[in-house]
Write a protein that binds this ligand. Structure first.
Ligand code: URA
Length: 431
């Protein structure tokens, strides 16, 4: 393919840089050759930046998404006995919803073939969180995936080098070249993985706000509409919920800490905001999959936790093994008395990365125990010097910068604030 095309890396970049519409053949050529390593990283970075500024037409976006799907295999899930339904988030801070939602949807009667990603930028990744369970294996063959869907009912794995491998490379490249927050690049990244994964239905959690890649509702709506269109055109029943990501979801940020909070929720507890988003997504997934179970009652019963244990055990983890923890903690104290109104989720995500919970470079390892407990959240009243955050790190020298950043993330008022709604709107056909 590489030698038969009239395209080369520079000519594709030049055309996109100058605002021309790329033919499907040029896009296929570029994505294929980038995947096999013939097109170098710097040319892919330049093309992503050109797309970031000039966007993709509808035809280009379709060609780009199809080229990403064709870079790997499509999983045939026809041997799975239950209706298949998945969810994907565009990325947030403290977003451990998948850890709860996958076993919850199994309990509701669905099969959930979730292929999730690593952390991106200031946002956490589901496979990184599950790595807190010693022995957890996110790489499954198609045969193992289907077997687990029929035995346990769900799986959380990594797309890896089989499903949309072009995305795995581009995802990491975009992370370090400031080209994540682009509607066509996010839409093609997510939808290529989900279409190739073979699910029948998909609910997208499109995050909007300070801690999301889309910071305003119009952009987030455009992203949601774009993904919903790509999914339904490809035969995947797709809808989206726009949900607020101005402040971290729940109280825990960081891998082990988020697993702790997810387990608490699976046992019937959990913070109200995390429950609200999880249940709204579960209801939408039930609707698309034609299921009638009551997710709120099932989750409150605590019966979902054993399903989570079965799922991670099927993927090599010992559910009873202790999770990695950091030796040092530090409290960030309120600089004033008053009502907490704001806690900038992006700043909290970046502070958590600085403590070791995320990657600054693609080859960095993660300190799974590191992170932030939000002891107080917006809508609560705090006294002067009361601890607002508890930080966890292996190196106490990391606390001072995170302390400074977290103080900057906060805003206060003298009166009790009215908090904005968490579930902003639904986007999608009324199937
Ligand atoms: N999640 C993805 O899978 N891809 C993106 O580009 C952003 C969030």
């Amino acid at each position: 393919m590489a030698n038969q095309s009239r395209w080369d890396g520079a000519s594709v970049i030049l055309a996109k840089r100058d605002g021309l519409e790329l033919p499907a053949e040029a896009i296929q050529w570029f994505i294929h050759n980038y995947t096999i390593g013939t097109v170098p990283e710097e040319q892919a970075a330049a093309l992503c930046m050109a797309v970031y500024f000039n966007g993709l037409s509808e035809a280009e976006l379709l060609a780009w998404t199809n080229a990403m799907i064709d870079s790997g295999d499509r999983t045939d899930l026809s041997a799975v006995h239950r209706p298949t339904i998945d969810k994907h988030s565009t990325g947030g801070v403290g977003d451990k919803v998948s850890l709860i939602l996958v076993p919850l949807m199994i309990a509701c009667g669905a099969a959930v073939p979730q292929l999730a990603g690593r952390g991106l930028g200031h946002t956490g990744g589901t496979t990184d969180k599950l790595a807190a369970h010693p022995g957890f294996n996110a790489s499954l063959s198609p045969e193992a995936l289907i077997a687990q869907l029929n035995s346990v009912g769900g799986v959380i794995g990594a797309a890896g080098d089989r499903i949309a491998p072009a995305d795995a490379k581009l995802y990491q490249l975009r992370d370090i070249t400031a080209t994540v927050a682009s509607i066509p690049l996010i839409a093609s990244s997510i939808m290529s993985k989900k279409i190739a994964e073979g699910t029948q239905g998909l609910v997208l959690d499109v995050k909007v706000g300070a801690g999301a890649f889309m910071t305003d509702i119009d952009q987030a709506t455009e992203l949601a509409e774009t993904m919903v269109r790509i999914g339904n055109d490809a035969g995947v029943r797709t809808s989206a919920l726009l949900t607020a990501m101005d402040v971290p979801l729940g109280r825990m940020v960081g891998n082990t800490l988020e697993v702790d909070e997810a387990i608490d929720t699976l046992k019937g507890g959990g913070p109200a905001d995390l429950l609200e988003v999880t249940l709204a997504l579960a209801e939408e997934m039930n609707r698309l999959a034609g299921l009638t179970a009551d997710p709120a009652a099932i989750l409150a019963s605590g019966d979902v936790f054993p399903i989570y244990e079965q799922m991670i055990a099927a993927q090599g983890a010992d559910p009873r093994a202790p999770l990695p923890r950091c030796e040092h903690t530090h409290e960030v104290k309120a600089p004033t008395a008053g009502w907490l109104v704001g806690m900038n989720a992006r700043t909290v995500g970046l502070a958590s990365m600085r403590l070791g919970a995320g990657r600054a470079h693609r080859e960095d390892s993660i300190d799974l125990g590191a992170g932030i407990e939000c002891l107080r959240k917006p809508g609560e009243e705090v006294a002067l010097d009361e601890p607002v955050f508890k930080l966890h790190a292996s190196d106490p020298d990391l606390f001072s910068l995170a302390n400074e950043m977290l103080l900057e993330s906060l805003s206060f008022s003298k009166s009790q604030p009215t908090l904005p709604p968490l579930i902003i709107k639904r986007v999608g056909p009324t199937h």
